[in-house]
Design a protein. Structure first.
Length: 597
């Protein structure tokens, strides 16, 4: 549709319908379009991966290995080039980008993002990389909703109101889970309950889910059988240790994703090559999983791509404990490599996969305990396995995604089972609280902070509570003006005056680019013209911080040392300058916080 056609439709709608009527029409249209887009995305990934796998299995062994290494690597290369030069917003899951667009850009998401998300997500996940489709579906559907909103409304707040509608429609269609789609939007995006928002969201979710069920069928995402008549008994206490383990594993997973992603962003590897490297590593891990589990009597391929096939097998107690451990470990590292290197895919499905494998492992432990010390009311092993897989999925989702109510409802909806509500609540809440205790800021906000996005406009931003934990890389100057140690004070003064770079202090670097110290403007003005900068900073007791240092900790250190600026250096190299933090940066953040709160 051309811009002229879009304006014509917008003018026609404004002349014929009132504001509430237009919003209702858009919600219906959004639900329909998002449902179709989500289903098409699902089918494209599913069809591409199965075509790849069937082709690979028909080849001789060496060609099979070569193809399963080349396919995810090639997909990474395509994504790397596209996101580097054409579609930078198609990196990662898409949920952080959706939140940023909603709060910082009034809900405006370019229509091209939907197309790029569909193409790159299909290629990346369909050719075997270990990420999920739900996050990209959210971004894609939010872009559709944004386009519809801009066509029908002139008021920015009405355009912004369409983002939750598209987000919910995308989740509802991707998971075939309308209720959890609604709770996810309120927990992750809105952070508060609004009846005004609820009406449009419900309409879009119902229509999107209906489209998904009409095309893909009524079966839940995980169709394994699980008894509906569990009796409350002692074995359900397994939810407590399972919640604790999931909380620890979830924290390790999130910390690894953020840490590895940060190190890769600072590395000298060419940006568009990085996803290809992640794809190659995923291919190697997937082949290790294939041959390792084949040696155990069952060949499993679901380290590659989405992985719901193995979840269904675990649900049906058809995987031995060795396979569960292998898939858990290999998928854990494959997902980290794929996401941290800049792949195009989400973390929903991998999180559920990891939780399901963890639950299966714990189920085997529970059955061993039962063999030694019989537990009254213990069901048969298949039902115990299915129940623990379900509990593990919920606890892991709560620990990683950090949406506790969604973690309860989504497990019910994607499994079609409601009989383990009490242990599910206990395990999920325990995992969620444990993950919060390790790090107050949720995963998607941490990723935004890592990218230098300011969160102060977000509803979820809670003033001092987040201020104490927010990393300095959210507010620091990423490209400070630097001086070289071999230069003189006179040369530096003339250069600063000519370029009009008048700052309180300047980092001084040597010929190799290593940080040597900070020279203040006052020091430069007092020094002799022929004084070499290296002499001005020699023996300096330099305070440095890393990008993950909290703003509060940095401020306290600066105040204690009576300094107004501090260099930000790489965690693994204290000589590598990344940015500069000043007390003015901190003051601006505090002032912005006071304006909002």
């Amino acid at each position: 549709m051309t811009r002229k056609q879009a304006h014509f439709i917008a003018d026609w709608m404004r002349s014929r319908f009132s504001d509430p009527q237009r919003f209702l029409i858009l919600c219906v249209t959004c639900g329909l379009l998002c449902g179709l887009a989500a289903v098409a995305f699902h089918l494209s990934i599913h069809g591409l991966f199965h075509a790849l796998w069937e082709t690979a299995e028909s080849l001789p062994q060496w060609q099979f290995i070569l193809l399963m290494l080349a396919a995810p690597s090639f997909a990474g290369l395509v994504v790397g080039v596209a996101t580097c030069y054409f579609a930078p917003n198609a990196v990662g899951s898409g949920i952080p980008q959706t939140k940023e667009a909603y709060y910082n850009y009034g809900g405006k998401i370019l229509s091209a993002n939907a197309g790029w998300r569909f193409i790159l997500g299909s290629i990346y996940c369909g050719l075997g990389n270990s990420l999920g489709r739900e996050g990209p579906t959210v971004h894609m559907c939010s872009a559709i909703a944004s386009r519809l909103g801009r066509m029908a409304f002139r008021k920015p707040e009405r355009v912004q109101a369409m983002i939750p509608v598209g987000m919910a429609a995308g989740i509802g269609a991707a998971f075939n889970a309308p209720l959890s789609a609604i709770t996810f939007v309120f927990e992750e995006l809105l952070d508060n309950f609004s009846m005004k928002a609820l009406g449009g969201i419900v309409i879009a979710v119902v229509i999107a889910a209906a489209v998904s069920r009409t095309i893909l069928g009524e079966e839940p995402v995980l169709s394994g059988h699980l008894a509906q008549d569990f009796q409350t008994s002692l074995w359900m206490l397994v939810a407590i240790p399972l919640g604790l383990i999931a909380g620890l594993l979830g924290h390790a997973f999130v910390s690894s994703v953020v840490s590895v992603r940060g190190k890769i962003k600072q590395s000298k590897v060419v940006v568009w090559i990085r996803p290809a490297i992640g794809g190659l590593i995923c291919g190697m891990l997937g082949l290790v999983g294939f041959y390792l589990t084949g040696a155990m009597g069952q060949e499993q391929n679901t380290v590659f791509s989405i992985g719901y096939e193995s979840l269904n097998l675990a649900f049906e107690a058809e995987l031995v404990v060795g396979i569960l451990i292998a898939l858990l470990v290999l998928k854990f590292f494959a997902v980290i490599c794929n996401y941290a290197t800049g792949g195009s895919g989400g973390l929903f499905s991998p999180t559920l996969f990891l939780g399901g494998m963890l639950g299966g492992i714990v189920a085997y432990g529970l059955m061993k305990v039962h063999a030694w010390f019989p537990i009254y009311g213990m069901p048969d092993s298949k039902e115990v396995m299915g129940g623990c897989v379900l509990l593990g999925m919920g606890a892991m989702f709560a620990a990683v995604i950090r949406c506790p109510f969604t973690s309860l409802i989504i497990i019910f909806e994607i499994t079609g089972n409601y009989s383990l509500i009490l242990p599910l609540m206990a395990g999920n809440m325990l995992a969620w609280q444990l993950a919060k205790r390790f790090h107050e800021m949720p995963l998607y906000d941490r990723l935004l902070v890592q990218d230098g996005v300011c969160l102060r406009q977000f509803n979820a931003y809670r003033g001092e509570q987040d201020y104490a934990h927010m990393s300095v890389n959210a507010i620091m100057t990423s490209e400070p003006y630097t001086l070289y140690a071999a230069g003189t004070a006179g040369e530096s003064r003339r250069l600063i005056k000519r370029l009009d770079y008048c700052y309180h202090g300047y980092p001084v670097l040597d010929a190799c680019g290593d940080l040597m110290g900070i020279v203040t403007r006052h020091d430069l003005e007092d020094a002799e013209a022929n004084a070499v900068l290296v002499e001005l900073v020699r023996g300096q007791d330099l305070l440095t911080i890393t990008p993950e240092t909290s703003i509060k900790q940095a401020a306290n250190s600066m105040i204690a040392r009576h300094i107004s600026q501090v260099p930000v250096v790489a965690e693994d190299n204290p000589k590598k300058l990344i940015g500069l933090l000043t007390l003015s940066d901190i003051a601006r953040q505090q002032n912005a916080q006071n304006e909002i709160f």
